[in-house]
Design a protein around this ligand. Structure first.
Ligand SMILES: Nc1nc2c(c(=O)[nH]1)N[C@H]1C(S)=C(S)[C@@H](COP(=O)(O)OP(=O)(O)OC[C@H]3O[C@@H](n4cnc5c(=O)[nH]c(N)nc54)[C@H](O)[C@@H]3O)O[C@H]1N2
Ligand SMILES: Nc1nc2c(c(=O)[nH]1)N[C@H]1C(S)=C(S)[C@@H](COP(=O)(O)OP(=O)(O)OC[C@H]3O[C@@H](n4cnc5c(=O)[nH]c(N)nc54)[C@H](O)[C@@H]3O)O[C@H]1N2
Ligand SMILES: [Mo]
Length: 765
């Protein structure tokens, strides 16, 4: 495949005509234009399906509540391209491994179950009964249940993930590595420690009521485009929007609503951020500490001069504990350290603090720029500290909002996909299903890969996802997968992981969210939970491409039935009628009573959030201020010449590459680029457009290197770099992860950059 490459700064607002054009192009390229237009119109509607894009909520305000990237996700899934036995007969796994990730997924939907044949290096058709029998045979041959790893990617529905965790626990393991371990783990763990619940505390309509919104480390223009509507709406109502982002991101600067014709054709685009700060990678904890330091100074001055303070003292006294420990930390942190770590000037942080101080209702949102560092858990807790100071919890227009990734990643956790399950969940399952669930904690994603490398994993089942490309240290992770006894991938499309088969391997083709799901009792719907703890039904409408594709729920039930029989549970009956699964969920998971009936509520129902009602399930029963010191340095290898973050382009969904453009950053037809400050390019004696190699500074003796990346001069603080994931995953060390989270530090990789040793070959080519 040939692509025209260009680097061309993007001057327009995010959204707007560019967005409409891109949507149209993707719909037409899917070879299924009519069906896809119909799909888009039904998306996020009461009787439609949930967008398989991001986990943002639905406002039901606009007629077309889809965005450009949601449209890409839908059309990518609902393509008519398909690959079956003939495709795999033509290509060996070795040959497919030479193709790009883009090529692999672009081939289309998987339409029949496949089994790897190591003799021929081809995947070959296998019947569903034989596939299930093979899995059961491998599971029964295990010496102990912890030789099983059950990976989940956050698209799986509540129904399928509930069955999946139940199956795992009935097998006897808590090994539930999932994408969340690489994603928002710090948000879940940090919030849980501070306020007793690991979820956001706000409703979508709180954005309409906020006076200030602080957006830390996220790129909504690409990754949560519908959030731009909320921000735009808030800005139009006079809310101040304060952004902390290492890069200048177009979507956080200006946005034209593609669904408002006037804005598309006239320069009516709205400003999003009133204040835009570009901290160093990992510098947000210092930035928030700086804001708090400025606020504490103001508070003390006011009190000393007999004026009213600026903190919510009533809230603090009634609902929090340990504030003095934090104040002592603030006093012990110098402005010099704050400036060095954050990369921002004292005055900038005083300005940001002033916005916070003068807002009656404040929301803080964040995503991967906060959670993929070594000190992410402490950073999340520092943000919570700030909010507690102003009592910005449990009142309209204020609160905490970790913006989730995959469309149902939050629901997966609610359903029990958790390698560290609570005693309450296990007790509830034990009682209801009359069995003894395992109590010891299982593996998170990094631990699971390490177990594979030690040859301890006999069976890996992956409910979606693409570990080979999503996890750190790509060559090591790929080797880890091939060391498993049996790998089972429940997938919609071909990806890199399938090409790293264990001694035996199966690819099981599944229906997507957009497709009709017919079972013995008739047409089924599933449920999902968004970032705002709203649970709602999702019902596919597209006709499946092949009768051999099965729903995720039916596949999980098939595996469980083959392995465990129907002694404890009639798994197949559950797959015949998902209402029965929802009855079990209602009986075992808090907040789901009367589940089936409540699925009919338009827009879904709210699961509730104890912290938002000021009930804190912490040891003290109050919201707990954290008194963590700042890290010694934002990147532990303080002497690294550069710190690299790995992020998403506009044309990708995690490891799924839709196209090679990153429009808002002005990159076209290519992905092997490295964003660097112009002065840093000069200091290296190089020029914009030169090719470089990037190597990780690590002390574990492993050489990590990617080659031939093109330098792109960009608005980024000096010493900081950015490049796309998954191409740069070979640079992310498996052994370097967040304290208390296990999340790989994908946003702070210490690297050196040198002129490319491939340069000569590239120039000749
Ligand atoms: N279209 C589309 N939508 C998606 C996804 C997708 O791939 N494509 N992925 C989904 C998933 S699983 C997730 S988790 C989310 C991810 O959503 P994001 O978190 O927006 O994803 P990233 O592309 O990793 O972008 C990180 C952003 O944080 C900034 N940043 C990085 N490090 C720092 C830092 O240390 N401090 C500050 N202040 N800023 C920093 C980067 O410049 C960038 O703007 O999106 C979800 N939605
Ligand atoms: N360097 C670096 N690494 C990262 C990140 C980063 O920012 N930088 N981000 C991390 C984050 S936030 C995340 S969430 C992980 C993502 O990790 P994963 O969730 O494992 O990866 P995805 O790319 O989302 O998975 C894509 C595959 O899922 C399958 N799929 C798609 N839809 C469905 C479906 O409906 N059902 C089923 N069963 N399968 C489906 C398709 O086969 C597709 O190839 O990556 C992490 N890795
Ligand atoms: Mo994610």
């Amino acid at each position: 495949m040939k692509f025209k490459t260009a680097i061309k700064p993007y001057h327009a607002a995010a959204g707007g005509l560019g967005s409409l054009e891109a949507t149209t192009r993707f719909v037409i390229d899917s070879k299924n234009a009519l069906k896809n237009m119909r799909n888009l119109l039904r998306m996020n509607k009461a009787r439609g399906f949930d967008c398989p894009g991001c986990a943002w909520g639905d406002d039901n305000k606009s007629t077309f509540s889809f965005c450009e990237n949601g449209a890409k996700a839908v059309t990518w899934e609902a393509t008519r391209r398909q690959i079956g036995a003939e495709f795999f007969a033509q290509h060996t796994v070795e040959a497919l491994n030479r193709q790009s990730d883009y090529f692999l997924e672009y081939q289309g939907r998987l339409t029949e179950p496949l089994r790897y044949n190591p003799q021929t290096d081809h995947y070959e058709p296998v019947s569903w009964p034989d596939a299930f029998a093979l899995i059961a045979q491998h599971l029964k041959a295990m010496d102990n249940p912890n030789q099983l790893e059950l990976y989940t990617s956050g698209r799986a529905s509540n129904e399928s993930s509930y069955l999946y965790q139940l199956f795992g626990r009935m097998m006897g393991t808590n090994n539930f590595p999932d994408c969340s371990n690489m994603c928002h783990e710090a948000s879940g763990s940090g919030l849980k420690r501070s306020i007793g619940v690991g979820k956001g505390t706000i409703h979508l309509n709180d954005f309409d009521k906020a006076n200030a919104i602080f957006v830390f480390g996220q790129n909504p223009g690409t990754n949560h485009p519908r959030m731009l509507h909320s921000l735009r709406h808030a800005a139009d109502h006079g809310a101040r929007i304060v952004t902390f982002n290492t890069l200048r991101e177009r979507g956080l600067e200006r946005f034209a609503d593609p669904q408002k014709p006037l804005e598309v054709v006239t320069p009516m685009a709205g400003t999003i951020s009133t204040n835009y700060y570009q901290p160093n990678l990992g510098g947000d904890m210092a930035a928030v500490r700086g804001m708090a330091k400025a606020l504490l100074e103001t508070q003390r001055q006011k009190l000393a001069s007999g004026e009213a303070g600026i903190f919510d003292d009533v809230f603090i006294a009634a609902h929090t504990t340990d504030i003095d420990g934090w104040f002592a930390q603030i006093d012990a942190t110098s402005w010099e350290t704050i400036e060095t770590q954050s990369g921002l000037r004292e005055q900038q942080l005083r300005d940001a603090a002033s916005v916070w101080q003068h807002a009656e209702r404040v929301i803080c949102t964040w995503a991967m720029g906060i959670t993929q560092h070594k000190h992410s858990l402490d950073t999340v807790r520092e943000i919570v500290n700030l909010q507690l100071l102003g009592g910005h919890l449990g009142k309209p227009g204020a609160g905490l909002c970790p913006v989730r990734g995959h469309s149902n990643v939050q629901g997966n956790r609610t359903m029990g996909i958790d390698e560290k399950p609570s005693a309450a969940l296990l007790d509830s399952l034990a009682r209801h299903f009359d069995f003894t669930p395992p109590r010891e904690h299982g593996h998170h994603t990094v631990e699971a890969i390490q177990a594979m490398l030690r040859d301890e994993v006999k069976v890996l089942i992956a409910l979606g996802g693409n570990l080979a490309a999503a996890a750190p240290d790509t060559p090591l992770t790929c080797e880890a997968l091939t060391r498993c006894g049996l790998t089972v991938y429940i997938s919609t499309k071909l990806n890199r992981s399938h090409l790293m088969p264990g001694s035996a391997s199966l690819i099981l083709p599944t229906l997507g969210r957009t497709e009709e799901d017919m079972q013995a009792s008739g047409r089924q719907y599933v449920t999902v939970e968004d970032s705002f703890s709203m649970v709602h039904a999702s019902e596919g409408i597209g006709k499946p491409l092949s009768a051999e594709q099965r729903s995720e729920t039916a596949i999980v039930a098939g595996i469980a039935h083959a392995a465990l029989g129907n002694e404890k549970l009639d798994w197949l009956a559950l797959a015949d009628d998902y209402n029965l699964i929802r009855d079990h969920i209602a009986a075992t998971i808090p907040g789901f009573s009367d589940f089936n009936a409540r699925c009919d509520e338009p827009g879904g129902f709210w699961l509730g959030n104890a912290a938002a009602s000021l009930n804190f399930a912490t040891p003290s029963g109050k919201a707990e201020f954290s008194a963590a010191p700042l890290p010694v340095a934002v990147c532990p290898e303080a002497d690294a010449p550069f710190v690299l973050q790995t992020l998403r382009s506009h044309d990708q969904y995690n490891t799924t590459i839709y196209g090679l453009d990153d429009r808002y950053r002005g990159v076209y037809g290519q992905r092997d680029v490295l964003f660097m400050h112009e002065a840093d390019i000069q200091a290296l004696g190089l020029r914009d457009g030169d090719r470089v190699d990037i190597a990780t500074l690590a002390t574990d003796g492993i050489e990590r290197r990617v080659e031939g990346f093109k330098l792109v001069a960009y608005a980024i603080p000096r010493g900081n770099l950015a490049a796309y994931y998954p191409e740069t995953n070979p640079l992310v060390p498996l052994t370097r992860f967040g304290d208390g989270t296990g999340t790989p530090t994908s946003k702070s990789i210490p690297v050196v950059v040198t002129p490319s040793r491939q340069v000569d070959t590239l120039r000749i080519a």
